[in-house]
Design a protein around this ligand. Structure first.
Ligand code: AMP
Ligand code: GLY
Length: 423
């Protein structure tokens, strides 16, 4: 089979490496991919948001199956366009991708169907938002409605910070039109858990749980990033929490989407907080998480291509989705300065992959003589699998020590919080 994967990050590299293991996979194209992905797939310089270009390439090259990984093309209707051109595709259609693309849509869905989440109010003008915030409890959580590269959430500790966030989002438009509407919500407390789940719209099969580390610096300090590292499984996701999630969140969500006329097919990402009142939804994403995918897929025992096809064909109930009992840890090696300004173009020395160690390449390009150079904020995701979480963490860091590029920067405490819970 000829398979096409849209996207260019570490998540896409992990998807491609997993797809490659399928006996059915012959050629894998990455649009656009990156210099590291080029080791595992044929990279084609067509941007992830160039929907017409993607469809044209898929049709001309007789692609048998397409996987659309990032949120932007999903929100732009890439799956609708590919399917209309006769290319079977993995991922939600545009109307279902709204579950991530519009926080207001997601909040209204949860309110209507009684799915546990933080209480919230929606505002379309800055003055009413400011007036409400004067009396709202602190900290206040302020979110831009639309996509904002994971950076559209401000947790304001003071009324001044809240005012500044409203000014930036609604008046200065730092996130563009994404800030035309804002959601102001109750601050929740508890450990966070990420659960990615395959769903064909009727059946939902959660993958092994994981924990992201979103802040830039050790001890969860510094700015919010796309994610600085992950571990799986997440020890806070106990069997009891998992059962409650299935009953109170996962099944109600896919049934709600079906009732609203926008059944969700693909990978649905539940960003959860395990509060003292039970699990609550912090956010939905309409796609695999990055870097969650880099710890979840290495633990998948089933054939990813077969699962993706079942998800698309509505036959997920009959398709096994099994994970190993082991653990995984992914440490992101970033460019110093990320998520703000950083330099790029430095040569990368990788540690060789083994059965237990894999480096997923995110922000890299090939230089003139074929050498790998840094080319982004998050450069590498160094991942280890092992029987225990402790060993996975130790092995991932041992591999990080052997990996090198100038200005490399990474957190030293990925997985420490989970280890404490694990005891
Ligand atoms: P989001 O982009 O919605 O995932 O938010 C980014 C991060 O902000 C989350 O991973 C949480 O750590 C935090 N956050 C979002 N909403 C809340 C909330 N209601 N209460 C506490 N923390 C939150
Ligand atoms: N790691 C968080 C996300 O993919 O949105």
């Amino acid at each position: 089979m000829k398979i096409l994967v849209v996207g260019s990050g570490g998540r896409e590299h992990a998807i491609i490496k997993a797809l490659k293991k399928s006996p059915e996979a012959e050629t894998i194209y990455a649009l656009p991919g990156n210099g590291g992905i080029a080791r595992d797939a044929v990279c084609v310089p067509i941007g992830a948001k160039d929907i017409d270009g993607i469809v044209k390439f898929a049709v001309e090259n007789k692609v048998d199956f397409a996987v659309v990984a990032p949120d932007d093309p999903l929100a732009l209707g890439a799956v609708d366009a590919l399917e209309a051109a006769g290319v079977p595709s993995f991922g939600p259609r545009k109307n279902a991708a709204r579950i991530e693309a519009s926080k207001v849509f997601a909040k209204e869905l949860m309110q209507k169907y009684g799915i546990p989440t933080a209480k919230c109010r929606v505002f379309t003008d800055a003055d009413s938002a400011r007036a409400y915030l004067k009396t709202a409890p602190l900290p206040a959580v302020i979110k831009a409605d639309g996509l904002a590269l994971g950076k559209g959430v401000i947790i304001a500790q003071t009324h001044e910070e809240a005012d500044a966030a409203i000014h930036d989002m609604m008046e200065n438009k730092v996130f563009g039109d994404s800030g035309s509407r804002v959601v102001i919500e109750e601050f929740l407390e508890g450990p966070e858990v990420s659960v990615l789940a395959f769903t064909d719209g009727k059946t939902i099969k959660p993958m092994v749980s994981s924990m992201d580390h979103k802040r830039a610096l050790d001890g969860d300090q510094g700015l919010n990033t796309g994610g600085m590292g992950t571990i799986a499984p997440n020890p806070y996701y106990t069997n009891d929490v998992a059962e409650r999630c299935m009953k109170e969140i996962f099944l109600p969500t896919i049934h709600a989407m079906e009732k609203e006329g926008c059944p969700f097919q693909g990978c649905l990402y539940f960003g959860l907080m395990v509060t003292k009142d039970g699990p609550k939804v912090i956010e939905y994403n309409c796609r695999f998480g990055d870097p969650e995918t880099q710890v979840v897929l290495p633990l998948l025992k089933s054939d990813l291509l077969a699962v993706m096809q079942a998800t698309r064909n509505g036959t997920l109930a009959e398709c096994p989705v099994e994970f190993s009992d082991g653990s995984a840890c992914c440490v992101i090696m970033a460019s110093r300065g990320y998520p703000q300004k950083y330099e790029k173009g430095f040569p990368i020395t990788l540690t060789p992959d083994t059965d237990e160690i894999t480096t997923y390449i995110a922000g890299a390009k090939l230089g003139e003589s074929g050498e790998l150079l840094t080319n982004g904020g998050r450069v590498l995701g160094v991942t280890a699998t092992a029987d225990s979480l402790k060993d996975a963490i130790a092995n991932a860091y041992a591999a990080v020590e052997k990996t090198q590029f100038d200005n490399a920067f990474y957190r030293r405490d990925i997985g420490q919080r989970a280890l404490k819970a694990d005891r």
